[in-house]
Design a protein around this ligand. Structure first.
Ligand SMILES: [Zn+2]
Length: 84
């Protein structure tokens, strides 16, 4: 059993140790973001939950985004293999 700490703040993620992705919950667009740049804007003590509402989707302009440390899985049609 290993303890898993939820990555709540930028400091807990570290500068570049883990990848960070902004994921749009509206159109499913996602893009990698740099922890260092977020830290410059919001500070190392900023929580992911505080930063996420301030981000805007580059694709649809929605502010309904989340920050994730794992690449969001693409949903693909099991029959044709196309993302949807
Ligand atoms: Zn979007």
């Amino acid at each position: 059993m290993s303890k898993r700490l939820p990555p709540n703040t930028l400091a807990s993620i570290g500068d570049g140790a883990l990848p960070l992705y902004a994921h749009c919950l509206r159109c499913r667009h996602w893009s990698p973001v740099k922890v260092l740049e977020l830290a410059k804007r919001f500070g190392w003590g900023a929580g992911l939950g505080d930063i996420a509402p301030k981000l805007r989707c580059l694709s649809c302009g929605s502010k309904n985004c989340e920050l994730v440390t794992r690449k969001p899985k693409e949903s693909r049609c099991s029959r044709c293999g196309r993302p949807y």
